[in-house]
Write a new protein. Structure first.
Length: 174
């Protein structure tokens, strides 16, 4: 819980959010360029499985290295879905909507989505936030990850990621 608090504090500033929700041409976008960010597009795949951590570098969407910074500007998919972690990675990677390029959010991006959820709903997203399950940290068959319950509450969970959870894909924008 302490880690979540530190991340939440880092993602916000004293006068409000350091990032904003933007709606452009029907796309719902988070502009995170005012916080520590990267302009290097994130990986969309993993060499991990539901039972094994993948490589800890930028080529693995679920790695701690990939989670170091949020992408500076990303679009959120309208739909959320239920799947295991590896199926969610593949479903987002293979999503062809509006030209493709979708991926699963990193842990920090998922927390940012949760923080901005009221603004994202005002912009037109419905249901609950959806979540992510990144491999950052953890070991063996369980990984600490963020998920969103049916009520939209954030949950830090270390359960086996072979269980279905809710997810929402995102896409890095230029």
């Amino acid at each position: 819980m302490r880690t979540l608090w530190v991340v939440l504090c880092c993602l916000t500033v004293a006068t409000g959010y350091a990032q904003e929700v933007v709606k452009e041409n029907g796309k719902i976008i988070i502009d995170a360029s005012a916080i520590r960010h990267t302009k290097v597009k994130k990986a969309r795949a993993t060499d991990g499985t539901n039972a094994r951590l993948g490589t800890d570098d930028e080529t693995n969407i679920g790695s701690a290295a990939s989670d170091e910074q949020v992408y500076y500007r990303f679009e959120l998919s309208a739909a959320r879905f239920s799947a295991t972690w590896i199926n969610a990675v593949n479903r987002c990677r293979n999503l062809a909507d509006d030209g493709g390029g979708w991926r699963l959010p990193t842990l920090k991006e998922a927390i940012l989505i949760y923080i901005l959820w009221p603004e994202l709903q005002q912009a037109g997203l419905t249901g609950v936030a959806g979540g992510t399950a990144t491999e950052a940290g953890g070991g063996g068959n369980s990984y600490p990850y963020v998920r969103y319950s049916d009520t939209g509450a954030i949950v830090l969970d270390a359960k086996n990621v072979s269980t279905d959870r809710y997810f929402r894909c995102i896409r890095d924008l230029d």
